[in-house]
Design a protein. Structure first.
Length: 123
């Protein structure tokens, strides 16, 4: 009989029944950080700004502040997709426990068309 094990992050291992005579074990690390390793709001803010700037589709007008681990997004974008992308990016910053999205969407509209006489034309 063959036994395969996967070590935990603390050195322990588990086994579970597999197919035939093979046993295997898998454990994913916890998603939360230990209380002695929690990041400060200032550290999280620096990381959040850095991550936002990695995404060219998110304009620089988007700002982030961290309050007790909660990311607060502000600013204005042209497209809803940009607003949603900024929120999605923040949800993946390690240590951020929530996202509040106050980003406004203000589409850039072209100026109204004018005819040759300079009067506005209905589109």
């Amino acid at each position: 009989m063959t036994r395969l094990t996967a070590p935990f992050h603390d050195g322990a291992a588990i086994t579970s029944p597999g197919i035939g005579d093979v046993k295997w074990g898998v454990m994913t690390p916890p998603l939360h950080m230990n209380s002695d390793r929690q990041r400060t709001d200032a550290d999280l803010t620096s990381e959040a700004v850095r991550v936002l700037r990695l995404h060219d589709e998110i304009p620089e007008q988007v700002q982030v502040a961290i309050d007790n681990g909660q990311a607060i997004l502000t600013g204005t974008v042209e497209w809803y997709l940009q607003r949603q992308r900024a929120e999605d990016v923040m949800q993946h910053v390690c240590g951020v426990c929530g996202v509040v999205n106050h980003i406004a969407v203000a589409p850039h509209l072209p100026p109204p068309a004018e005819d040759v006489n300079g009067t506005e034309v209905d589109g």
